[in-house]
Design a protein around this ligand. Structure first.
Ligand code: XIL
Length: 278
């Protein structure tokens, strides 16, 4: 099991920040630096400068490295936003192949696809340029990622999926289908941006995914200060420890300062870098 934080390359020169990472976490995730707009700003012109800062920090400091994210409807480069159909599908698969290949052997788990399901009661896919290339875009991405980095655990990651609801059930059904058909998938990420703390069926939801034969990871945990923060963090941690195959928790940042989207003080260390009750 690992315990991670999302990190920003620009903060790695701050010794209070890296002091927290060094002491308290054994895995890091790029908050933005491995996203499509960052790694492929022009088509087929890859830029790993900032992603490498994080990968090199991890390697130099004995941290595991979690990959986030290969394909997502958001934070796409302009050129990809302008593509559709076969041209977009081919570009997306090329992106997966090249980025997963670049970090082959160095990433313990990759968010291959992020946030592809719709909010609300439909349980279906979110509309996006990627979805409009055909419903099989997710499995095509997972197959390409497996070929490019066979050792990495391949995850599907989403939000508002922390309890048992239409959206998480849609994902559950997709994962069950992937396992039945031999589409390579190893883990499900529950982002767990828990504005109101974890839902009562949080652990049951973790466990039902685990029962499909995939690992479960809590990938972007944050809980605002007001909402019984310490108890809520304890609840999440106990649920992960109790559920079979919940093998990691990542907090969406190390300390409250600089937190996205800027307020709520939702992390484990305060603005001065002191540990909070949570
Ligand atoms: C956020 C970053 O934290 C911000 O810095 C950026 O401006 C927007 O994206 N779900 C995800 C993450 O999967 O990649 C998002 O990260 C937060 C929501």
């Amino acid at each position: 099991r690992y315990f991670g934080a999302a990190v920003a390359a620009g903060k790695l020169g701050d010794s209070v920040y890296t002091g927290i990472l060094d002491r308290e976490f054994n895995s890091v995730t790029a908050e933005n630096e491995m996203k499509w707009d960052a790694t492929e700003p022009q088509q087929n012109q890859f830029n790993f400068t900032n992603a490498d800062r994080i990968a090199n920090y991890a390697a130099a400091n004995g941290k595991l490295l979690r990959g986030h994210t290969l394909l997502w409807h958001s934070q796409q480069p302009g050129w990809a936003q302008a593509l559709s159909g076969t041209a977009l599908r081919n570009a997306a698969i090329n992106h997966v192949t090249r980025v997963a290949g670049q970090y082959r052997g160095r990433i313990h788990s990759w968010d291959v696809v992020n946030e592809a399901f719709a909010d609300g009661t439909s349980g279906g896919r979110r509309d996006s340029n990627l979805q409009r290339t055909g419903n099989d875009w997710i499995e095509a991405a997972f197959r390409a990622a497996r070929a490019a980095d066979p050792a990495a655990k391949l995850c599907y990651n989403d939000y508002n999926t922390d309890g048992i609801n239409a959206k998480s059930t849609g994902i559950y059904t997709m994962v069950r289908d992937f396992k039945a058909r031999g589409v390579p998938i190893d883990c499900v990420g529950l982002q767990s941006h828990l504005t109101n703390g974890p839902p009562g069926d949080y652990q049951a939801n973790l466990q039902r995914f685990a029962n499909l034969g995939v690992d479960v990871q809590i990938t972007e945990l944050d809980i605002p200060q007001g909402s019984n923060q310490a108890k809520a963090y304890a609840h999440v941690t106990r649920a992960c420890l109790a559920a079979a195959r919940c093998n990691g928790i990542t907090a969406w940042g190390a300390r409250d300062s600089g937190y996205w989207p800027g307020n709520g003080n939702p992390l484990l260390f305060d603005r001065s870098g002191n540990k909070k009750a949570a």
